[in-house]
Design a protein around this ligand. Structure first.
Ligand code: GCO
Length: 255
């Protein structure tokens, strides 16, 4: 049974993994045996995150690049090609939030959210899938959605559009890549205790809304997402494709 969830011998790239949920994913996949590649836009914070995992005896390396920059992503993969690094698992975790009513939202801010939260998943997965298909080795693409992949919330319109796109992009990836034994799925986190959500956590009214709106009556913790990530990254999910698994305390399941 443990072999079903064993990631030994596999290499996983987790974008946006210098902190928060992305770092939790990297630590979890490394603990399951994967060699992990951490990513962020800043070399110093990526290096610090790599050091944190290495100090625990986990197999980690890092590469700083902007996942919205197609040339930078292509260069990163070309370097891994040169170094003989084969990426078997990608978690497209990089994301930002920008809270403003749509009527006040600048196009530049809209574009930045869409580029970071949606387009980057296409850019990175395209490079990874090309290599998985060419190698004939199959692979795993795990995109990160949100409750807003299913339902809108006022003031996060660009984020909601991006996360809805993530759900459907995941299905499009399955349509094209399942035959190459690539399983593309998504995780939809509920409201999780992260730095991105700090302004919400510290807002008493919002905190009460989160606790009263889901049957678990609490925020989730980053580490509570790891089991689903390991499952989707492992042989245990070899016939699961195009799905989004909500880890939300039951929020979307109840009225
Ligand atoms: C917000 C939050 C949400 C959560 C998460 C919920 O402003 O509503 O940032 O977007 O982060 O996506 O699933």
């Amino acid at each position: 049974m443990t072999q079903l969830f064993d990631l030994s011998g596999r290499t996983a790239l987790i974008t946006g993994s210098a902190r928060g949920i992305g770092f939790a994913f990297a630590e979890g996949l490394a603990a399951a045996g994967a060699g992990v590649i951490l990513n962020g836009t800043r070399a110093d914070t990526v290096a610090q995150a790599v050091e944190r995992l290495s100090a625990k005896g986990l197999k980690a390396q890092g590469r700083a690049f902007d996942v919205t920059d197609e040339a930078a992503v292509a260069e990163a993969f070309a370097q891994w090609d040169k170094d003989g690094v084969q990426i078997d698992i990608v978690i497209n975790n990089a994301g930002i939030q920008f809270r403003k009513p749509l009527v006040d939202l600048e196009l530049s801010d809209w574009q930045r959210v869409i580029d970071t939260n949606l387009t980057s998943a296409f850019i990175v997965a395209k490079q990874a899938a090309r290599r998985m298909i060419a190698r004939g080795t199959g692979g795993k693409i795990i995109n990160i959605g949100s409750l807003t992949s299913e339902a809108g919330r006022a003031t996060v319109g660009a984020y909601t559009a991006a996360k809805g796109g993530i759900k459907m992009l995941t299905r499009a990836m399955s349509a094209e890549w399942a035959a190459a034994n690539i399983q593309a799925n998504a995780i939809g986190p509920g409201y999780i205790l992260t730095d991105m959500n700090k302004p919400l956590i510290e807002n008493a009214a919002f905190d009460a809304w989160v606790k009263n709106s889901n049957p678990s009556q609490r925020w989730g913790k980053p580490e509570e997402l790891v089991g689903t990530a390991v499952y989707l990254a492992s042989p245990a999910s070899s016939y699961v494709n195009g799905q989004i698994i909500y880890v939300d305390g039951g929020w979307l399941a109840v009225l």
